[in-house]
Design a protein around this ligand. Structure first.
Ligand code: NAP
Ligand code: GLV
Length: 311
């Protein structure tokens, strides 16, 4: 019987994972990360942030599954076994959730959702003008699994959509800007910027003052990728000063965002607690079970993290 070791969600999370795997992969033995076991007997690992060295000590490991789409918690271990395929968690519901989050954030920003929530908190009845979707040019940084789904949802709502990537994606209706040399033109035409980039050395702190000042004055910002990408103090300064008119941030460094952080109370910033796309454990267990069945039948799982590219 193949063995899957799990570190995602602690002991309580493991009990739920075990229940779901028993239903969708009855031939798989699930093992809690903290339970006594022989590392040499493990075939598969489902992990979010394993302690450095633990995966490297499993010589029989055939595949690693990240319990999220991002793999930053795994590859920060300098000894993670690079030769073992690393699958990014992308059940169909993951891209759908991200598309819904980005569509919600875009509508929340153009309709003044934060302003109305503050008004409601103090019983203030106020109407105000707002742009409509066709008047708001969205720029998506990243058109991968998440960005492509967000692009489709935004186009359906009537937003003009452009994407900034390294290679052409050929998505219908999406204007493409390729590579670093195209970034200034991409930013200059973007009223609402959405970050869905991976966390790589090239994208560290990309959402900082120089980039924000290259947007049209009063632009809006959504970051649903990683806190890694943003300099929060620069975003707060751009909101204070009017260069940004509003922002929705789902991700921070560190997480949880400390209770006394000024981001919580900024009147033009909406904070969400890293929930843009969190598929249920049942969905994720089914995804892993399908990938293991594919592997055992001699197929190639995916989407795989590419160590050469860094995402
Ligand atoms: P992905 O499939 O790997 O896509 C990454 C995209 O970024 C690709 O289009 C890639 O373009 C582009 N890109 C990478 N480096 C670039 C660079 N230096 N310049 C320009 N474009 C670059 O990633 P994903 O699955 O869509 O995930 C996107 C982000 O969302 C990740 O940070 C992930 O961790 C995060 N995420 C967050 C949540 C949440 O709940 N907040 C949930 C899921 C995922 P090329 O292919 O052309 O290189
Ligand atoms: C969540 O952030 C994920 O990477 O799936």
């Amino acid at each position: 019987m193949a063995k899957l070791i799990i570190k995602s969600g602690g002991a309580e999370g493991f009990a739920e994972w075990r229940r779901h795997f028993a239903a969708c992969a009855p031939g798989l033995e699930t093992i809690f990360w903290e339970a006594p076991h022989d590392p040499a007997s493990i075939d598969y690992a489902l992990v979010w942030d394993p302690e450095p060295g633990r995966l490297a000590a499993m010589p029989r490991l055939r595949c690693i599954f990240s319990s999220g789409a991002g793999v930053d918690g795994i590859i920060r271990d300098p000894s993670w076994p690079v030769h073992v395929p690393l699958v990014r968690m992308t059940p169909p519901g993951a891209a759908q959730r991200m598309a819904e989050y980005v569509a919600w954030a875009a509508l929340h920003l153009i309709r003044g959702g934060r302003r109305m929530a503050l008004n409601q908190a103090c019983g203030r009845w106020e109407d105000f003008d707002h742009p409509i979707a066709p008047e708001t040019r969205v720029g998506l940084m990243g058109l991968g699994v998440m960005g492509a789904a967000a692009a489709r949802a935004l186009l359906a709502l009537g937003f003009p959509v452009a994407g900034w990537t390294r290679r052409s994606k050929g998505l219908p209706g999406v204007e493409e800007f390729l590579g670093d040399q195209a970034l200034p033109a991409f930013l200059a035409r973007t009223d609402l910027l959405v970050c869905l980039l991976p966390a790589t050395p090239e994208t560290r702190h990309i959402l900082s003052a120089p980039l924000l000042s290259a947007l049209p004055r009063g632009a809006m910002l959504v970051n649903a990728a990683r806190g890694w990408h943003q300099k929060i103090e620069d975003i707060l300064a751009a909101l204070d000063e009017g260069q940004l008119s509003g922002a929705v941030l789902d991700v921070f460094e560190p997480e949880p965002l400390p209770p006394d952080h000024p981001a919580w109370s900024h009147p033009r910033l909406t904070v969400t607690p890293h929930v843009a796309s969190l598929p249920s454990r049942a969905e994720r267990a089914r995804f892993v079970a399908e990938q293991i069945a594919l592997l055992e039948a001699g197929g190639t799982p995916g989407p795989l993290f590419d160590p050469a590219r860094g995402y």
